[in-house]
Design a protein around this ligand. Structure first.
Ligand code: G6P
Length: 369
């Protein structure tokens, strides 16, 4: 096992550090910067289904569901197609309105999650077109789908999903860019800019990984926390949910993710000098808004940790601790802003002496409902 871990202490850390490579694998044969093209065979073969879709329904569980939430923002922005994101377990039992003209995207690392499988079967029977975004080649969900795109992240062993999530985001971004270009809701200039941004992602992720020692230092300050709040807006809202999920899975610290503005309607009641609040606060259209949300927490003596963009001195001056990431177009921001939360959760779990690769009560693949 030591060899399989490639010199890392745990699979989770290895898989976090795999990401520049796994994302390169995910882009390989798809993104061609010499000819400025993006090829996604599973989408192109059925392009009219996507471009004429009345709506897109995304079903998934766990971390994959968070990738679905990011995709909702991506697809609605770039393709102007209405998107709904559902927990597979709810969708399958609630007699949903679904049928011909609907596209159902199922996202799954393992391709074997029972609830997601049944959700697909139901939508398929009702006449929807099923597209699988799956990591495990040849898995049940891949076989049940009409078409799909593999994430090519390689085997993920750690129970907490890391590299599979970023590969899912990459595939979903490529889909949105591709379909948006077909529908002309993405201009040629925007298309070229997104392609250039995509090409830089593996390097930017690598730059975040290089800061892991300073994230480890941050972890030392918060390893004894009892609760944690994660806040973000826009594309970074699902990253807040994912950050909270990762922390609770690995460290058993109670953590909640929330849209930053919504905290006023509840979580703010918990804020005192003992509550760490982690903001995903990279430079995007919501920046000013998130700055005032941070002020609201500081005014109540909460401890603020912030994921910020390089060169941001304003939030650096307000926060107790920061984790810095390179600037990225907001569409792709989750790909880099999630990385510090993965590393932080990992080190907090390790500092608490826990088995981060196999947290209690959790399974890598949930094949029973
Ligand atoms: C389990 C795993 C999670 C995963 C979820 C969905 O809960 O521990 O990491 O996100 O299942 O799994 P899937 O394989 O469908 O993505």
């Amino acid at each position: 096992a030591q060899i399989e871990k490639g010199g890392f202490d745990h699979f989770m850390l290895k898989e976090i550090f795999d990401q520049p490579g796994s994302l390169t694998d995910c882009l390989r044969g798809r993104l061609d910067m010499e000819n400025l093209t993006l090829t996604l065979a599973g989408v192109e073969e059925h392009m009219s289904v996507f471009s004429q879709a009345k709506r897109i329904i995304i079903v998934a569980c766990g971390t994959s569901w968070h990738a679905g939430l990011v995709a909702e923002y991506m697809i609605e922005t770039l393709c102007r197609i209405p998107v709904e994101v559902e927990y597979a377990s709810e969708f399958r039992y609630r007699n949903p309105v679904v049928g011909e003209g609907d596209v159902l995207i199922a996202i799954s690392q393992s391709g074997e999650t029972a609830d997601t499988l049944v959700a697909i079967e139901k939508a398929k029977e009702a006449g929807a077109f099923i597209f699988g975004v799956v990591n495990a080649v040849g898995s049940s969900i891949a076989r049940l789908s009409h078409s799909g795109a593999y994430t090519h992240a390689g085997p993920e062993i750690g129970v907490a999903s890391t590299k599979a999530f970023t590969a899912q985001l990459t595939v979903l971004a490529m889909m949105a860019i591709k379909i948006g270009r077909e529908k002309k809701t993405v201009t040629e200039a925007e298309y070229n800019r997104y392609l250039a941004e995509l090409a830089l992602i593996p390097e930017k992720v690598k730059a975040v990984l290089e800061t892991h020692e300073s994230i480890k230092e941050v972890a030392k300050h918060y390893a004894d926390a009892r609760d944690f709040l994660f806040l973000g807006r826009g594309y970074n809202f699902p990253v807040a949910l994912e950050g909270a999920l990762k922390l609770k899975e690995i460290s058993y610290i109670h953590a909640e993710g929330y849209p930053a503005a919504e905290m006023k309607h509840g979580p703010i009641a918990l804020v005192d000098e003992n509550l760490p609040v982690l903001f995903i606060a990279t430079k995007d259209a919501y920046y000013e808004k998130i700055v005032s949300n941070i002020q609201e927490i500081k005014a109540r003596k909460g401890m603020v940790i912030a994921v910020i963009s390089e060169g941001d001195t304003l939030i650096r001056g307000m926060a107790d601790h920061v984790m810095v990431v390179p600037e990225v177009d907001e569409l792709l921001a989750p790909l880099v802003s999630v990385i510090p939360t993965q590393i932080l959760s990992y080190y907090i779990g390790v500092l608490r002496g826990l088995d981060v690769d196999k947290p209690r009560n959790l399974a890598k693949s949930v094949t029973v409902e």
